[in-house]
Design a protein around this ligand. Structure first.
Ligand code: GUN
Length: 278
C-alpha cells in the first residue's frame, strides 16, 4: 500500500477550513501566521510560498517578513519581540536554516511558546517529552498521523527512526513512545543500522541520504515513512529506495507526495490550535 500524503493532507486541510469557517462566523478574529524568511535559499523560498498559499486556502491570514542574508541577529530578535506582542499575530515561524551570524537557539527561544507553530521552543519540546500537552513539530506530527492511518493501535510495536534531529528524529521518538512503541533512534555513530532497521515494525527515515534504506534493511510488512527530500540526478528522491522497498512494506510513503504535503497541513493545524488556545 502506498500512503497518499496528498489526499491525507487535503482531508486535514478541509477539516481545518470547515472548523475555521464555523469559528469565524461568530467573531471578527482570524488566525494570522507571520513567517520570517532570511536570505535567498531556494528550498526555503519554495516552502514558504507553499505555506502561504495553503494558509490562505483554509482562511488563515499570513504574512512573510523577508530579510537579506546579512541581516543582524538583533534586528530579527526585535522583530520577533514585536510579533510576540502583536495581538493580531497568532502564530510565528522562522524558516530554517539561518545564516551563520544568527544563533538559532536564541531565535527559537525568543518566540512566544504560545505562538510557536513549529513546536521548537524548549517549553514545547519539554512538554512533549514529559507527555504533557504541547505544540508538536509539524513533520513528525504529519508522520504519526500517516502511520496511524495505516494502523490505529501501535502498542508494543518496534519503531526505528534514522536521524536524531530536533526537527524530526527526536520529536518523532516522543510521539511513538506516546503510542507505546519500543523506540530505537539511529544516527551516524550507530552500529549495525541495517540490523536495527530489520527488527522494526515501523521505520522512519529522516536523515537526508538519498536511497539509503534498501529492501534488505526492511522487515516484511513494515510501515515505512520517508521524510527525506534529496536531489539525485535532477530528481527528488527520499531516504528510502522506494521501488525496492514498496513490495516488501505493508505501507510506504512516496517522495514526493508523502510526508511533505502532510507537514504543511500540520502547520495549518498547529496555527489553528494556537489561535483557539489564546
Ligand atoms: N526548514 C525545514 N523544515 C522546517 C520546519 O519544519 N520549520 C522551519 N521553521 N524551518 C524549516
Amino acid at each position: 500500500m502506498i500512503i497518499d500524503g496528498k489526499s491525507h493532507s487535503a482531508k486535514l486541510r478541509k477539516k481545518i477550513k470547515d472548523e475555521l469557517t464555523k469559528i469565524c462566523q461568530n467573531t471578527k478574529d482570524v488566525p494570522k501566521l507571520s513567517v520570517i524568511l532570511i536570505g535567498d535559499y531556494l528550498p526555503s523560498q519554495i516552502y514558504v510560498k507553499n505555506k502561504q498559499k495553503k494558509a490562505k486556502e483554509v482562511g488563515i491570514k499570513s504574512e512573510v517578513i523577508k530579510y537579506p542574508e546579512t541581516v543582524s541577529e538583533k534586528e530579527v530578535l526585535d522583530k520577533i519581540k514585536s510579533l510576540n506582542n502583536d495581538k493580531e499575530v497568532t502564530g510565528i515561524l522562522v524558516q530554517l536554516p539561518l545564516p551563520k551570524q544568527i544563533n538559532q537557539k536564541k531565535i527559537i527561544n525568543s518566540i512566544d511558546p504560545k505562538k510557536d507553530v513549529d513546536g521548537f521552543n524548549p517549553l514545547n519540546v519539554g512538554n512533549l517529552a514529559s507527555g504533557y500537552d504541547a505544540i508538536v513539530p509539524c513533520t513528525p506530527l504529519g508522520c504519526i498521523k500517516l502511520i496511524k492511518s495505516v494502523q490505529e493501535d501501535l502498542k508494543g510495536l518496534h519503531a526505528a527512526i534514522i536521524g536524531r534531529s530536533n526537527l524530526n528524529g527526536k520529536p518523532m521518538a516522543q510521539l511513538l513512545l506516546r503510542e507505546n512503541c519500543t523506540v530505537t533512534i539511529l544516527h551516524s555513530k550507530s552500529r549495525d543500522i541495517k540490523e536495527e532497521c530489520k527488527r522494526a515494525d515501523i521505520l522512519v527515515a529522516a536523515v537526508g541520504m538519498a536511497n539509503l534504506v534498501k529492501s534488505d534493511w526492511v522487515k516484511k510488512n513494515c510501515i515505512v515513512i520517508d521524510v527525506g527530500i534529496n536531489k539525485l540526478g535532477g530528481q527528488i528522491v527520499g531516504d528510502v529506495k522506494f521501488d525496492e522497498v514498496k513490495s516488501k512494506a505493508k505501507a510506504i510513503t512516496p517522495v514526493p507526495g508523502g510526508v511533505g504535503p502532510m507537514t504543511i497541513a500540520c502547520l495549518l493545524s498547529n496555527t489553528l490550535e494556537c489561535f483557539k488556545a489564546r
